[in-house]
Unconditional design. Structure first.
Length: 481
């Protein structure tokens, strides 16, 4: 923990967010791979606080379950939404009351807020020895926001004036309040006990703490965010979309500065949880989602959805969808392939055009080039699977496994009816339905003998176009003999 690591971070996530017009709680709406509150929690964790607590209220059980789906997060329950001051008090009570050290309070609907900006807030708070430090921002248009009024001599914050109450001179101020604060924990606890509810909403306002402490002779300061867009809160779907766009731009910029080529950032989506190495290439129309990792010199897209997939060094994914798959170094996927969960392609393996794979392990150099389904299967090294092959894995009740060895050559239009094992070095004839194990080094033929019935068309389809064509062909053949 650094010298400026806070004693606690309290995340306020108890509101319903009715303007979202959704059955989903506002803080659980997702952008760039995380919920809104998930982004805030991730930023808070960058500060390595001693304590982190999220105050939940509306749909509290649902929000708590979501937060605990990953690394567990401590929560406090605000049964009635009685204001931001009341919410912070619930958070501190969960931590045992007054907290010694810095307490940072953030809103759960500010997904653009970065750990770097919160760290700067904590550092300013410590350096200036403030009782309260407001995270502020200078905006192009401050209409509707609370203005930060400072002492010209000391830079201390003397008041926060709401737009409707501001004078013309104050309305010209472009520095605004974000609703994010750093507090001296001991002073915060004492001041919360003095917050009154004699206002139009009958609620405990956290901002009242600032005036209480200032009137007691304590200093209130401000830390200006480097990018005013970081403090944007989400209240409706328009703002959600705008935040998604801004965050996506930030994440793509980070990837490009790390050495990733993004051919068309305007058509590329990337989640916050995606990782990458230098010289990876992302073509237009591609979505990089979940825990996807792009290794060095890999190339994905165009028009691909890569979700929670490891793409190995030098691998290529073209116009395809991959979900929870592993793609080995130098492997080729697509175009128009679908790799479902549990698929593992070995080094220089291939899942080609219109190939679907699920729960399948494909060995080094093995190719499934065209129009095939491989499900619940293990295929060895340097094997070639013929076009239009189907691994018949489901008997209507249970799934079964197929094993095919190394250096096999299976014919086109093969059906492998699981459970079945095909040994190393096996060849299978085109059109075969393999229902029995095939020993290593064998040729498997599982199809009926071809039988030609001459003259059938003329007898059974007289006068048809086929009969006329056959008759003309016979005359031509007779004329040449």
């Amino acid at each position: 923990m650094s010298a400026t690591s806070p004693a606690a971070v309290v995340v306020l996530a108890a509101g319903e967010g009715t303007r979202m017009k959704s059955k989903t709680p506002k803080v659980l709406h997702e952008i760039s791979g995380r919920s809104l509150v998930g982004h805030v929690v991730a930023a808070a964790r960058e500060l390595a606080p001693q304590h982190l607590v999220v105050v939940v209220g509306h749909a509290g059980e649902q929000v708590t379950a979501h937060l605990n789906a990953g690394t567990p997060v401590r929560t406090a329950f605000q049964a009635e939404q009685n204001g931001t001051g009341h919410a912070v008090r619930m958070g501190l009570e969960e931590l045992g009351g007054n907290v010694e050290g810095t307490v940072i309070v953030v809103c759960g609907d500010t997904p653009l807020l970065s750990g770097e900006t919160l760290g700067a807030l904590a550092a300013t708070h410590a350096a200036d020895a403030n009782a309260v430090t407001v995270l502020s921002a200078e905006v192009p248009d401050s209409t509707g926001y609370g203005r930060i009024v400072r002492d010209p001599a000391t830079g201390a914050v003397t008041e926060i004036v709401e737009h409707k109450d501001a004078t013309d001179e104050q309305r010209a101020i472009r520095e605004i309040n974000s609703g994010v604060f750093a507090f001296d924990g001991r002073l915060l606890g004492d001041a919360l006990g003095k917050v009154r509810t004699d206002n139009s909403q009958g609620e405990e306002y956290l901002t009242d703490v600032l005036s209480i402490l200032r009137e007691a002779g304590h200093r209130v300061g401000a830390s200006v965010a480097g990018d005013h867009r970081e403090i944007l809160g989400i209240n409706n779907r328009l703002q959600l979309a705008e935040a998604r766009r801004l965050l996506n731009e930030r994440l793509l910029e980070r990837a490009m500065l790390a050495g990733v080529t993004v051919v068309d950032p305007s058509s590329t989506l990337i989640d916050a949880t995606v990782t990458y190495e230098r010289d990876a290439v992302v073509h237009p129309g591609t979505q990089l989602l979940g825990t996807t990792h792009l290794a060095e010199d890999s190339e994905v897209g165009p028009n691909s959805r890569i979700e929670s997939t490891v793409v190995g060094a030098g691998a290529r994914v073209d116009n395809s969808v991959t979900l929870s798959a592993e793609i080995g170094a130098g492997a080729l996927v697509g175009p128009y392939a679908y790799l479902r969960p549990g698929t593992r392609l070995g080094t220089k393996a291939k899942a080609g055009t219109y190939v679907e794979m699920k729960n399948a392990t494909i060995g080094e150099g093995t190719k499934v080039p065209h129009l095939s389904y491989v499900g619940d299967a293990t295929i060895g090294d340097h094997t070639n699977i013929g076009a239009a092959s189907v691994f018949v894995n489901y008997d209507g009740v249970a799934k079964h496994h197929t094993t095919i060895g190394s250096h096999c050559r299976t014919g086109s239009d093969n059906m492998f009816v699981a459970p079945v094992t095909v040994g190393d070095g096996v060849y299978t004839a085109a059109g075969s339905v393999i229902t029995k194990d095939v020993p290593a080094g064998s040729l498997a033929v599982a199809r009926g003998q071809q039988r030609n019935i001459e003259g059938w068309v003329a007898r059974k389809r007289p006068g048809s176009a086929a009969a006329q064509a056959a008759q003309a062909s016979s005359r031509e053949t007779d004329g040449q003999s």
